[in-house]
Ligand binder design. Sequence first.
Ligand SMILES: N[C@@H](CCC(=O)N[C@@H](CS)C(=O)NCC(=O)O)C(=O)O
Length: 210
Amino acid sequence: MSIELWAWGTPNGRKISVALEEMGIPYTVKPVNIGKGEQFTPAFLKISPNNKIPAIIDSDGPGGRPISIFESGAILIYLGEKTGKFWPKGDLRRQVPVLEWLMWQMGGLGPIPGQVHHFREVKDEADRRYGLERFMKETHRLYSVLDKRLGEVSYAGGNDVSIADFAILGWAWRHERHQIDFAEYRNVGRWYDAMMARPGTKRGFEVSLS
Ligand SMILES: N[C@@H](CCC(=O)N[C@@H](CS)C(=O)NCC(=O)O)C(=O)O
């Protein structure tokens, strides 16, 4: 099995390097420098038509034929299905909470703190204040929801580490940039420390994506 990971060292890119390391899948990194516009090259658009990292190419896809996948959530589900790791393969009841928290991240704790990252850099003070007020409030709400969940179960999807944790971790890794203090979200802080202490996760954050 050989996978190409087309990515850059951002939260969405890190979700996949962490998953690949945790699953023990060999892969090669194809850096896509999004600061230099490499996400718009024809070669990349062919596998990621929305011009965003990450994307993967699995040379040994279903039926033994190559397959490319874009959207980090789709990639995580694919890798979980393929390996049976961090994904309750064949157990729809246990898949549901994993999917719920994966989708929760994809639609919330990613796009929203991403807006905080953006508005922090806005020069006009009134615009900056408006954006930060709006998106910080929602970012705090999302962390409260996660904190409650992680007060009830050990990991986002239940009692086992799953692809949902890798997805959420990619963004929680940038909590300082979106001005979140884990002292306010103790369950999230505990989960974060436990995840970051995992050797596979550490490797996933350390591997060069540039
Ligand atoms: N929903 C997408 C979001 C991916 C995304 O926003 N990627 C950013 C980097 S973290 C990107 O490639 N931005 C380049 C651009 O927007 O041109 C996913 O989860 O894969």
